[in-house]
Design a protein around this ligand. Structure first.
Ligand SMILES: Nc1nc2c(ncn2[C@@H]2O[C@H](COP(=O)(O)OP(=O)(O)OP(=O)(O)O)[C@@H](O)[C@H]2O)c(=O)[nH]1
Ligand SMILES: [Mg+2]
Length: 611
């Protein structure tokens, strides 16, 4: 991997350009454009690269995050699991706060907590409110590796044991710049890990696989080779970095640079700092340069309108008319009948319909598989494993639908942007970010089954009941032949009937258990579909609303620019001959400056890209 280090001077040059354009926007009374540039100046000043660390339980995620930041912030434990995400970024002082959803209210809140006791605060909060919904810890640390804008997110383990966690972790990905997936060197990547990696890689652009705890496994190189093969076969584009946090700690204690290099940790930090950060800063600069170009287009439009009428006074009336025609098109842009609005409505109508169908189909198919398993086994033996399997399969189905919905929304955004561009012929702002994570509803638990196998005493009573009627029936018949009621024949008949009724009762109970299990699965299928469909609809409608707002703002900016250009053109047409030269000169200078600023921004954003 090679990158061009983003020189701080280039970023500061870009900031100067944005500020130059901002001054130009002010001169034309365009505070809306000035505000947009302000927010980009701020982002360039403090770039952030969010790296989310994920993986199955107990693989060393929290240890790795602590090792990179050089402080024991995230609780590490063999048994107690990380419960909610911890987000660590650079700050002048070590501070922590706990953010969570307020139960019963549609808002979240944040309270400061002691940075040295994060786990206790989370546990106290869970005990007090009975929930960890929307919970996350936000930490600031004066740690050198974070200074450039690296933000590390430690997450709860994903894996087959608690499917809900996999779903929660996926929800963090739309806002991630890179993903670090941990898997320890004791075994090759498993099927659920590969499935998670496949889903995650679709949403997150950069994925790094970390092979952890290599100090514990002498044959880690074989595991690394096998993992490389698995990733390749699954079509997942990710680098593998073998590391050992323990070796690194020892190396620091012994001040042994060779051992430190062997631990793989310096290489990982270098990857994060020297590759990832510059890459993210480069894309940020590119986006800022796009904004500069967009703003300069708006300013040019207004300046050019006046200039044209000044230098071609004979055609002034025609020029004013041209701008007025364009103004009429711009006014139509925010009407429901406009092409981009139709593309947005149709696009989302299809996405919502298709995703709902997809979710239903996937979850019903899990339900059908579960029923086949129930028919082939005795739920008394298999229910615990089976209900867990079903919950996991539901979670995987929801996650797959989520990934698909995300891709579909991106496609709609591109289609809408294209029709907006064709309709308005202006350069667009960025395509809005898409966050469909609200559709990742945690999977509800599956009911337990109540009908158990017969206990010893139940078997005895059942057998006695059957044999008693057998003895009685045979005894009455044989008594006609002069035998006593209880005789060898009636006892034999009692034993046969007792055994039969015992088997019958066992079979009835097995059928009752299967029925209960089938009903529990069907209820879980219905409830899961109900919740996921509801959340999907809400989440996608929300994405649609955000997208509409962003495009409407772009249309409004365009409308404003055309209003101003009509005014400018009229002003140019009305300028007396005596002032024309001076005004032409002034406008030419301003226009040249705006164009130069946009060209310089463009030149700064173009350069060798990271591989
Ligand atoms: N030998 C060895 N042990 C490690 C290494 N990294 C972590 N561990 C141990 O692995 C155990 C789990 O570490 P954590 O960092 O809590 O793992 P985690 O992935 O955050 O676990 P969850 O939050 O439960 O998912 C702890 O006992 C660590 O001391 C390593 O590089 N080598
Ligand atoms: Mg952890």
């Amino acid at each position: 991997m090679s990158t061009r280090a983003p020189a701080a001077s280039e970023t500061s040059h870009l900031t100067d350009i944005l500020q130059g354009l901002r001054a130009g926007a002010h001169e034309l009374d365009r505070d809306d454009l000035a505000r947009r540039l302000d927010s980009w100046v701020e982002r360039l000043d403090r770039p952030k690269v969010r790296v989310v660390v994920v993986g199955p339980f107990n693989q060393g995620k929290s240890t790795l995050v602590n090792t990179v930041v050089g402080a024991p912030v995230c609780p590490v434990d063999d048994i107690a699991m990380t419960a909610i995400p911890t987000i660590i970024e650079y700050g002048p002082a070590p501070e922590a706060s706990l953010a969570f959803d307020v139960p019963g209210e549609n808002r979240s809140t944040r309270v400061p907590i002691d940075i040295n006791n994060l786990r206790k605060h989370v546990m106290d909060h869970a005990a007090k409110t009975g929930s960890l919904d929307g919970g996350k810890i936000e930490v600031t640390l004066p740690a050198e590796p974070l200074r450039g804008g690296l933000v590390l997110v430690d997450t709860p383990g994903v894996g087959s044991a608690v499917a809900r966690h996999a779903v929660t972790t996926l929800a963090l990905l739309p806002s991630a710049d890179a993903l670090v997936v941990l898997s320890d060197a004791s075994q090759e990547l498993t099927e659920p890990e590969l499935s998670f990696l496949r889903q995650a890689a679709t949403i997150c652009p950069i994925v790094m696989c970390v092979l952890s705890k290599i100090d514990l496994t002498p044959h880690w190189r074989d595991v690394e080779a096998a993992n490389r093969q698995h990733l390749e076969s699954a079509g997942i584009d990710a680098t593998i970095l073998p590391v050992s946090a323990n070796l690194y700690r020892t190396a620091l204690t012994l001040d042994d640079t060779d051992l430190a290099a062997e631990s793989g940790i310096p290489r990982l930090i270098e990857r994060l700092q020297r590759d990832l950060l510059p890459r993210a800063v480069t894309s940020l600069r590119e986006a800022a340069a796009e904004e500069a170009a967009s703003v300069s287009n708006h300013l040019t439009l207004v300046l050019q309108a006046e200039l044209e009428t000044l230098v071609r006074p004979g055609e002034a009336a025609m020029l004013v008319q041209t701008f007025e025609d364009a103004q009429a098109i711009a006014s139509d842009l925010n009407k429901r009948a406009s092409k981009w609005q139709a593309a947005l409505n149709d696009g989302f109508h299809d996405v919502i319909h298709d995703v709902e169908y997809d979710v239903r189909d996937r979850i019903r198919s899990v339900g059908r598989d579960a029923e086949v398993l129930i028919d082939e086994s005795d739920p008394a033996d298999t229910w615990e494993t089976m209900s867990q399997w079903t919950a996991d399969a539901f979670a995987e189905a929801i996650a797959d639908s989520f990934v698909w919905a995300h891709e579909r929304c991106e496609h709609v955004a591109t289609t809408v942007a294209e029709s907006f561009r064709l309709e308005s012929e202006i350069r667009l702002p960025q395509i809005p970010s898409i966050d469909t994570s609200a559709m990742l509803t945690p999977v509800a638990g599956i009911d337990p089954i109540r009908t158990r196998r017969m206990t010893g005493s139940q078997k005895l009573i059942g057998a006695m009941r059957g044999s008693y009627s057998g003895i009685l029936m045979a005894g009455i018949i044989t008594s006609l032949a002069g035998l006593a009621l209880i005789n060898p024949l009636s006892v034999f008949a009692g034993a046969v009937l007792g055994g039969f009724s015992l088997r019958q009762e066992g079979a009835n109970r097995l059928e009752r258990r299967r029925n209960e299990a089938r009903n529990a699965v069907r209820r879980a299928v219905d409830e899961t579909i109900f919740h996921v469909v509801k959340e999907t609809r809400t989440s996608l409608t929300d994405v649609k609303r955000q997208m509409r707002t962003e495009f409407e703002e772009a249309a409004e900016e365009f409308r404003q620019s055309l209003n101003r250009s009509v005014e400018s053109a009229k002003r140019g047409a009305g300028t007396s001959a005596g002032y024309r030269d001076a005004r032409t000169q002034e406008l030419t200078e301003r226009l040249t400056k705006v164009r130069q600023l946009a060209d310089s921004a463009q030149a700064l954003s173009v350069g060798p890209r990271a591989q």
